[in-house]
Design a protein around this ligand. Structure first.
Ligand code: HEM
Length: 378
């Protein structure tokens, strides 16, 4: 139930041990006024520092203000502990140049090359109204009410400056981001996050996660790039697939999570091993084979996704899936090549639909009370 520090070198909510709940939101900026936008980021940072420590969004709070005025906190988190709330901000490519080519805030020359729009992948069924955004905020917490409260209050503070473009609730983390955490399962019933980048892998995090000085514009050093994909999982079809076929598609055992042919979850997969029939024990087109660093020039991701069930789709099926979240140093060398492999060859695609996509530059951490989200950019 404790608090995760908001201030620091890097933003919280990236290597922070993945909490159980997510409320993710993407905003469009509706003001034309650059100073007003920077001012909102300052207001948001102050509110975020307060809420992540378990306090009201504003100084007066839900019930401490004048009875004649709307309260500066909405109240539904009163009395709840911080619940490991983290708030992580990202800037989308359209903040720098919008779909019509306009540089609304004079930021175009500050856009990092790594913040490129993602290419269209084979099979993409993206819904534009559920994709993209000028800004995003990822709220993670161990209590869904605390995560929703935080996003709601940021949206309230942003009235007239930003408007909510889309948002997504998630439950049941599908990744571990720390070696202390047991691996959770996704809605296909498989352990997810076994071979993830973890908080303890300091050298790998430097190489694969954190933007280094010299990678691009200085304002991003110490930050990371975020890719989101809302992936509908056709669970009813999956549930009619045999256990052996499910395991072949993933390349791991459903029970233990071990790579096929090995016994422990954390054993290295042996892609050269052949069975008695002469076939590879892990199929060449298994998900873990296609996504493995050895097939992607060493590229790795810090995955931090959540399950979702948005009710049902009116056709007798659950509207369920994975809200995929991955952080990395450069999507052009990490997410894009891996997803290109998966989109072309992964047999799992028969059971998946990518319906939403986003890419965001997450700046470094807010250092202290005098600093704010994205200050280096403005
Ligand atoms: C590994 C499931 C989408 C990248 C895994 C594993 C499972 C899994 C069960 C094995 C356990 C683990 O190491 O975490 C899924 C499901 C997906 C999905 C159900 C869609 C709903 C994606 C996407 C990407 C991706 C879109 C990136 C483009 C990876 C990577 C690994 C992995 C990098 C680790 C491979 C390794 O190094 O062994 N996934 N995944 N996955 N997945 Fe996915």
């Amino acid at each position: 139930a404790g608090a995760v520090p908001f201030h620091g070198e890097h933003q919280a909510g990236i290597v922070t041990p993945a909490q159980d709940r997510l409320h993710f939101v993407a905003f469009d900026v509706i003001t034309k006024d650059r100073a007003r936008l920077a001012e909102l980021l300052e207001e948001w940072s102050a509110a975020a520092a307060r809420m992540t420590s378990g306090r009201d969004a504003g100084v007066l709070g839900a019930v401490g203000g004048m009875p004649e005025a709307p309260p500066d906190d909405t109240g539904e988190a009163l009395g709840l502990p911080p619940s490991q709330l983290t708030l992580t901000i990202g800037f989308g490519p359209t903040l720098f140049r919008d779909a019509d080519g306009r540089d609304r805030f004079g930021l175009a020359d500050r856009r990092p090359a790594a913040l490129a729009e993602l290419p269209k992948f084979p099979g993409d069924a993206l819904q534009p109204q559920l994709s993209g955004g000028d800004l995003c905020v990822q709220a993670c917490a161990n209590d869904p009410q605390v995560a929703v409260h935080a996003i709601r209050n940021l949206a309230r503070l942003g009235m007239g400056v930003v408007s909510v473009r889309w948002s997504q609730l998630g439950f049941g983390r599908t990744s571990s981001t720390s070696r202390d955490q047991a691996t959770a399962r996704n809605l296909f019933g498989f352990k997810d996050g076994t071979a993830n980048l973890k908080a303890e892998d300091t050298d790998l995090l430097r190489d694969q996660l954190w933007v280094q000085p010299g990678d691009g514009p200085d304002w991003m050093a110490g930050g990371s790039y975020l890719v989101t994909r809302k992936i509908r999982m056709l669970v009813e079809t999956w549930d009619r697939t045999s256990l052996a076929e499910q395991e072949e598609i993933v390349g791991r055992a459903k029970g233990s999570g071990a790579p096929l042919g090995r016994s422990d979850e954390f054993d290295e997969p042996d892609f050269a091993a052949r069975g008695a029939d002469g076939k590879p024990v892990i199929a060449e087109h298994a998900h873990v084979a296609l996504a493995h660093p050895s097939r992607n020039s060493g590229a790795q991701l810090l995955r931090r996704g959540y399950n979702f069930v948005d009710g049902s789709d009116g056709l007798g099926r659950l509207d369920a899936g994975l809200f995929f979240i991955a952080y990395q140093r450069d999507p052009r060398r990490q997410f894009v090549p891996i997803q290109t492999q998966l989109a072309r060859h992964d047999v799992m695609n028969e059971y998946l639909r990518h319906v939403s996509s986003g890419v965001f530059a997450c700046p470094p951490g807010v250092r202290d009370g005098g600093d704010y989200w994205g200050r280096g950019l403005f």
